[in-house]
Write a protein that binds this ligand. Structure first.
Ligand code: 5RP
Length: 225
């Protein structure tokens, strides 16, 4: 078993009968979905899920999990997802994929949000290994880019995989990948990004995680907020 799978299986132990559970997106979240489906079958649990992406929804349904839409509820019990970066304060960078809007909605709606990862995701500060993804209204991208540059952002619209066009999020938006001066606190950056008109959502998940479960070399370390 690899460390991502170990962290995901550890987190799945927190799921109880009758819970409404948010499903993340990515390779670690996939291990969680598989474990959840296993527990549902083998322990005869009644679990309802909400997915952060179409790809996770399809996987969950194919394994027999019941998936409902966020429009049907105003809160969820538990959300479990991976992350791209995790700081000592449990701030996160997420959204290297195309689903950060839904991921942040689930993180905010969850009574508890557990992050599962291997130790490669631990960093001293957000932006160490990746630029911050910022999902924006397509027609306003030029004005938004200027606003991002005013607060020190350096970067551009994300190209698609073939590099012959732009990346489009699951909700039809464009995505900037931007770096910022590390002297700005994560709290400040979060507030400034939140205040730019036309920014739909960004990948800095500031003080949203309840706990992170980090697996390294077969052991689990839990960090709670
Ligand atoms: C997707 C995410 C993922 O959780 C993050 O990219 C981690 O992925 P993986 O578990 O495959 O390492 O934020 O938007």
């Amino acid at each position: 078993m690899n460390d991502k799978q170990l962290a995901a299986i550890h987190a799945a132990k927190h799921v109880q009968n009758d819970m409404l559970v948010g499903l993340g997106t990515g390779s670690t979240a996939n291990f969680f979905i598989e474990e959840l489906a296993r527990r549902q079958t083998e322990e005869n649990l009644k679990i309802t899920t909400i997915s952060s992406s179409n790809i996770s929804m399809i996987k969950a349904q194919s394994l027999g999990l019941n998936v409902i839409g966020l429009q049907q509820v105003n809160a969820i019990d538990l959300y479990i997802d991976g992350a791209d970066e995790i700081t000592p304060d449990l701030n996160l960078l997420k959204g290297r994929g195309y689903d950060l809007v839904m991921e942040k909605l689930l993180a905010k709606a969850a009574k508890q949000f557990f992050v599962v990862a291997d130790k490669s995701k631990l960093v001293d500060c957000i932006g160490t290994n990746f630029a911050i993804p910022i999902e924006v209204m397509p027609f306003a991208w030029q004005a938004i880019k200027k606003s991002l540059e005013v607060i020190g952002g350096i970067g551009d619209l994300r190209p698609n995989v073939a590099k012959d066009g732009l990346s489009i999020s699951s909700y039809g938006s464009l995505i900037f990948d931007m770096t910022f001066d590390k002297s700005m606190t994560e709290g400040d950056l979060n507030e400034r990004l939140n205040n730019i008109p036309g920014v739909i959502e960004h990948g800095l998940f500031y003080q949203l995680a309840s706990a992170v479960f980090i697996a390294h070399d077969g052991n689990i370390e839990e960090k709670w907020r």
